[in-house]
Design a protein around this ligand. Structure first.
Ligand code: NAD
Length: 273
């Protein structure tokens, strides 16, 4: 159902890889709610060609390649997006994560620091680069909304999340810091949404993901939030209904973050005796 919450708004969506991607689902919902969008991903991801299906479903949205670690690519992305929209931007979704140490099977205690630098650049400082580019080009409208996706491993230990725990902590810090400056300058809001485990390409890269997602399901009074649920929450955050929310880490996890234990987990532990 559409509520026209984003009627007339213009946004850039980073990170739609395939139909499972949270960014993919968010792009569809934003379009349904009346937004015009530009889609972007790393050139290597665009070569898969999947994103063209999404572009067609979003009213022939332009697809502009950008490696989020490259300031030149980001400048080109914002220039072309503003040209396409004929004006400035109202919302941005940063839905990007990549861990080289996880991908290459390196344990946290044996971290390769060069790979770690790249992980932090792609997964965390990229938000700074996106905001900095927008700032320098004055590319955002007043009260624009920027959302980045994160995970609770930034606050609590989930061992197999590896270096991404540090990456998400840094991402959340950039959100607060840049959120402060952009709020003062132009009432721009910057927030993170801390999402339940979700079956996507990035999500499934975490070791033991099946156990992980089932545990979270049992530990959440509402169950795990799906990618579709997350897309709905992003729409609300991009809308004018949340104009005074900024610099927050917003848990979107069915109550997992504040639950000590559930009956379902107690029963499972009792059976395990
Ligand atoms: N899936 C989960 O369980 C889960 C839970 C909480 C938070 N998140 C976060 O949600 C976000 C989206 O992930 P997803 O689960 O939809 O997986 P996904 O694999 O579909 O999306 C990750 C995206 O990052 C893009 N990317 C990687 N390197 C890039 C680069 N250099 N430049 C530009 N783009 C690049 C990929 O191409 C891909 O589109 C990530 O930040 C992830 O950490 C996911």
């Amino acid at each position: 159902m559409s509520y026209n919450l984003l009627k007339g708004k213009k946004g850039i969506i980073f990170g739609a890889l395939d139909e499972k991607s949270i960014a993919w689902k968010t792009a569809l919902r934003c379009f349904e709610e009346g937004a015009q969008i530009v889609l972007t991903n790393a050139p290597v991801a665009l070569r898969m060609g999947e994103i063209n299906k999404l572009a067609a479903a979003c009213g022939s949205a332009p697809v502009i390649g950008a490696d989020v670690t490259s300031m030149d690519d980001l400048k080109n992305l914002f220039e072309k997006s503003m040209e396409h929209f004929g004006g400035k931007i109202d919302f941005i979704l940063h839905s990007i994560g990549m861990s080289l140490n996880v991908r290459k099977g390196k344990h946290y205690t044996e971290m390769n620091y060069e790979w770690n630098q790249k992980t932090l650049d792609i997964s965390s400082m990229s938000l700074h680069k996106v905001l900095r580019t927008a700032w320098d080009m004055d590319a955002l409208n007043e009260s624009a909304s920027v959302v980045a996706l994160t995970y609770i491993a930034a606050q609590r230990v989930f061992p197999d999340y590896n270096e991404m725990a540090d990456a998400k902590a840094l991402l959340e810090s950039v959100t607060r810091m840049f959120g402060y400056y952009y709020g003062v300058k132009k009432k721009v809001r910057v927030n993170t949404i801390s999402q339940s485990p979700t079956r996507t390409t990035a999500g499934s890269g975490v070791k033991g993901f099946d156990g992980f997602i089932n545990y979270a399901e049992k530990m959440s009074p509402l169950g795990n939030a799906s990618g579709e649920d997350c897309a709905n929450f992003c729409v609300v955050m991009f809308s004018d209904l949340t104009k005074m929310v900024t610099m927050q880490n917003l848990f979107h996890d069915g109550g997992f973050s504040f639950t000590g234990v559930t009956q379902a987990v107690i029963e499972q532990m009792t059976d395990a005796k």
